[in-house]
Ligand binder design. Structure first.
Ligand SMILES: Cc1ncc(COP(=O)(O)O)c(C=O)c1O
Length: 454
């Protein structure tokens, strides 16, 4: 191990320095990477010390995601306390299925589930950590199906056709889960949204009423609070009234937006979250915890365990289900994703996340101003949270983004809005300041102008 620590220390220091001096790295083509690096595996190994150079080579061609030039995905920056927890959980290498192996880490997981549940309005939530919002949405759907069709776990749909509802702006993991769970993607009904990107409650109710008339079984409504492209929030109060009226499970996909519950204004979108039955909340997005760290919260204790548990006498030998978290998880062997979030939360407290989300939102408002002041750029929607969708009229969006990347200015992604490819800038790194945003937009405007001139 001393050799591992020495190698890691050297490489980490090099990486942190390189992130500063080489802030934006274009992703090389597969051919270019293979030409540079020998990635093949052989019968004979190499000396451990040589791995240092091999890792150096890999690091040099890895896209940079933790610095202020990365605006491409729904994560960003690096939180030292969460990083410490991440490394520590690898060192300790517990597996989170039983108390015997997990010990104190099971208690940490329970403490986080309790706190996150309470913040969302679930008095005594049942929950577990999963590798990502897609998995947590799938877990929510598993519980919803067992709720809508008793015995689903044992006997399947028993001739019923379950239906799942989500908005057209909802994340693709919802229809994907419907496909994976045998519901069928065609039974995932996409509900229209308004101009702001919020699911239309009337359209949702009309779809449910029609399905009931057709003898189908409405099983789950997925409301999204923090949509992937527009950062918009479905309205929980009217949607939950529909769910209650028709006795349909309400899941909230707050994978992305959940952490805005800490923001003084945006938290209003969560005031009725306690009316839902289950919630997905990712800590690896807005909370800045290293990938992956996602939680599924279920309001009524016992339902998650009922839907997930499977007997395994060699594994679950002693203790109650509460302290054997494998009984409520999709996975068997499971890495410890809780410690890193716990470390970060202990250090920052709720107040730290309030400051963090305020910094992100201020940047979004600065970005909005910059676009409105620019002759070259046009805002597509007023930002609902921290997603800024805009375009440069007359300029191909991908040409603009490619120019930003290849000139080493920033890595930014695109999205489809109103049938067009537009820039989707997401401002998840709290270290980015309003003046960084102004510099970024001056560059974007100048590049758009140059591209427009040809
Ligand atoms: C609203 C929403 N839900 C779910 C997901 C999936 O989360 P993950 O990437 O952690 O699987 C995303 C990812 O961007 C998302 O934006």
């Amino acid at each position: 191990m001393p050799q591992a620590l020495r190698i890691l220390n050297t490489l980490m220091e090099e990486h942190l320095a390189a992130e500063k001096s080489d802030p934006v790295r274009e992703t090389l083509t597969p051919q270019a990477i293979r030409a540079k690096l020998d990635l093949d595996l052989r019968a004979t190994g190499i000396p451990f010390e040589d791995l240092k150079d091999e890792l150096r080579g890999i690091m040099a061609v890895t896209p940079v995601t933790a610095n202020k030039s990365f605006y491409n995905q729904l994560y960003g920056g690096r939180d030292p306390s969460a990083f410490t927890g991440e490394v520590m959980s690898t060192l300790l290498n517990t597996s989170m299925y039983t108390y015997k192996i997990g010990g104190v880490h099971v208690l940490i997981e329970l403490a986080l589930v309790k706190r996150m549940g309470e913040i969302m309005g679930f008095e005594d939530a049942e929950g577990t950590f999963l590798p990502g919002g897609s998995m947590s949405n799938l877990a929510g759907m598993v519980v919803a199906l067992n709720n809508a069709i008793p015995g689903y776990k044992t006997n399947g749909p028993q001739g019923k056709i379950p239906r799942v509802y989500t908005s057209i702006e909802g994340h693709y993991s919802v229809p994907k889960a419907a496909g994976l769970l045998g519901v069928g993607q065609a039974n995932c009904v996409k509900i229209a949204v308004d101009e702001r990107g919020q699911m239309l409650p009337q359209a949702l109710e009309a779809a449910i009423v029609q399905d009931l008339k057709d003898g189908l079984t409405p099983a789950m409504i997925n409301a999204t609070t923090g949509t992937t492209v527009l950062g918009a929030f479905d309205q929980i109060a009217p949607i939950s009234a529909i769910a209650r009226k028709h006795n349909v499970w309400l899941h909230i996909d707050a994978a992305y937006g959940g952490s805005f519950v800490f923001h003084p204004e945006l938290k209003a979108h969560f005031k009725d979250a306690g009316l839902a039955d289950s919630i997905t909340w990712d800590a690896h997005k807005v909370m800045g915890v290293p990938l992956t760290c996602s939680v599924i919260l279920v309001k009524k204790k016992g339902l998650l365990t009922q839907a997930m548990s499977q007997s395994a006498s060699y594994l679950f030998q002693r203790g109650t289900d509460e302290y054997n978290p494998g009984t409520r998880n999709l996975q068997c062997g499971r890495r410890n994703s809780a410690l890193k979030l716990w470390c970060a939360w202990r250090v920052h407290g709720d107040q730290g996340y309030t400051k963090r989300t305020q910094a992100m939102r201020n940047n979004a408002l600065t970005a909005q101003e910059c676009i409105q002041d620019s002759k070259q750029l046009k805002l597509i929607r007023v930002p609902e949270s921290i997603n800024i969708c805009f375009e440069a009229p007359g300029v191909d969006t991908d040409d603009l983004l490619d120019a930003m990347l290849s000139d080493g200015d920033a890595m930014i992604g695109h999205a489809q809005v109103d049938g067009r490819t537009v820039v989707r800038l997401v401002l998840l790194n709290p270290e980015v300041s309003p003046s960084d945003i102004r510099v970024l937009f001056a560059t974007l405007s100048a590049k758009a102008e140059a591209l427009a001139k040809g």
